[in-house]
Design a protein around this ligand. Structure first.
Ligand SMILES: *Cc1c(COP(=O)(O)O)cnc(C)c1O
Length: 458
């Protein structure tokens, strides 16, 4: 107690401990006050803490707090859509539109020809429907919201049963599970089939007058192998339609191009394929393989989309102008590069199709710029992954810098790189730190070189 009373005032501590920490002063003061309170409790509980150790703890705590601010990271993990690292980066075209719309006024809900109130996202919805080769489409804040919104729209009092195969009761990440999402939406889950096999008759037998829809959920983040089987989408669609109910699919990733044509990986089903097979509404993310902003896209039947847009919950999950403008650029670009997707500037697609020899050349150039460091740096053949809960079987060849430091531990070097500016995140094994170049933007190679120089110089 007495020792803490001897601490200088919060203001003085802030000046002494955080002269170079780039945080707003009130935030630094708040942090210090909380830390002092915390230590006071510890001292009351008879823990020993010297004034010096308290000050040192506050100082390092402040640095960690400053590091938790949203900031750029060089993704050297080789995981293309890394959920922890912000999923898909936007391309230059979407980023530039974002800058323009964000910093000025726009016709967000204004009809320029008539000079009166206009429809939000009207252009985008038409462009989306065109790209999806379907009747109508709309977008909301993310795929989970799109699913909840769709379910809320399609289930009603006395008609709230949603049929899902037991092989598709997925946890989509962040702890969210399909059964819970259904419950939140006022739907009653009707599970059919077994974990490994679901037959058409399972769907048929589960139909009642209370059935609102059949839901398919793409097994995007895991796979089933062995004695497995399920009916064709076309067959399930026929069962649903004969019963007068829609078939909805939560597709998750939503690739707009044939992924297997870009890299030696699986074919990720496209929303277009699903719709062609008889799905009435397909739902997918904007910031997974699509490479746009965080959003959830719903496409399909014009009648159902109109119903969805009238549901009051739509208002709660509608996109803001920043999302709408970046999604608009992303979708326009897909439409414009349909004939030649290699012309697209979407970074995840560029990373997917980059040849390993190009990565190897960059690795060589980085190593050549780093003579005489306190480490052994070699070029390693590694495996990259799509990530983002998509294509769990699709590892494909990549190239990494394999770094074995001489005078420091591997975890310590990895931490130094994470705490640098810009932060660099790779992955470690027992004998090396790996920086996979597939997910590193080539124009940041110099930053990787600089960081290695700074952390590995004697
Ligand atoms: C990723 C995923 C979601 C969630 O998408 P968000 O855009 O993060 O809300 C939902 N369903 C499936 C099948 C997914 O893979």
């Amino acid at each position: 107690m007495s020792k803490l009373a001897a601490l200088p005032s919060v203001e003085k501590l802030a000046a002494a401990l955080a002269p170079d920490i780039p945080l707003p002063r009130p935030l630094i003061n708040l942090f210090i006050r909380r830390e002092i309170d915390r230590f006071r409790q510890l001292l009351l509980a008879d823990e020993e803490h010297s004034r010096e150790s308290v000050e040192a703890a506050i100082k390092s705590g402040l640095r960690e707090f400053a590091n938790s601010r949203l900031q750029p990271v060089i993704n050297a993990t080789g995981v293309l859509i890394h959920t922890n690292l912000g999923r898909s980066p936007l391309g230059p075209r979407a980023a530039s539109a974002l800058q323009t719309i964000a910093t000025g006024y726009s016709n967000l809900e204004f009809d320029l020809p008539s000079g009166t109130r206009g429809k939000r996202a009207g252009y985008l919805e038409t462009a989306l429907a065109c790209l999806l080769e379907t009747e109508a489409a709309t977008a909301v804040n993310n795929c989970a919201a799109a699913l909840v919104l769709t379910l809320r729209t399609l289930v009603a009092e006395g008609k709230n049963e949603v049929i899902v195969s037991r092989s598709e009761l997925v946890e989509i990440g962040g702890g969210f599970r399909i059964p819970e999402i259904l419950e939140t939406s006022g739907a009653k889950l009707v599970e059919v089939g077994a974990t490994n096999k679901t037959h058409l008759r399972d769907y048929q037998k589960a139909l009642t007058p209370q059935t609102a829809l059949i839901l398919k959920v793409h097994r995007s983040n895991f796979y089933l192998e062995g004695f497995v089987g399920e009916p064709e989408i076309q067959e399930i669609a026929k069962v649903a339609h004969d019963h007068g109910i829609p078939l909805v699919e939560d597709l998750g990733s939503g690739a707009m191009i044939n992924t297997d044509e870009l890299a030696p990986i699986e074919h990720e089903p496209t929303p277009q394929e699903c719709l062609r097979r008889g799905i009435d509404l397909v739902i997918f993310s904007g910031d997974k393989l699509l490479g746009g902003p965080q959003s959830g896209i719903i496409g399909g039947s014009a009648k159902l989309i109109a119903q969805i847009k009238k549901e009051p919950f739509f208002r709660a999950v509608r996109c803001d102008k920043l999302i709408l403008t970046t999604l608009q650029e992303s979708i326009d670009q897909y439409l414009e590069t349909k004939a030649d997707p290699t012309q697209s500037d979407v970074p995840v697609l560029t990373f997917l199709r980059t040849e390993t020899h190009a990565l190897k050349e960059r690795a060589r150039a980085i190593i050549a710029a780093l003579p005489g460091l306190e480490a052994q740096i070699t070029i390693a053949e590694t495996l990259a992954r799509p990530g983002g809960g998509t294509m769990p079987r699709s590892e494909f060849p990549s190239i990494a810098l394999k770094i074995t430091p001489r005078d420091q531990s591997i975890p310590k070097l990895a931490k130094k790189l994470r705490l640098g500016t810009p932060a660099i995140v790779g992955y470690t094994t027992d004998d090396a730190l790996f920086l996979d170049l597939r997910t590193v933007f080539p124009d940041t190679d110099h930053a990787v070189t600089g960081a290695l120089k700074a952390t590995l110089s004697s």
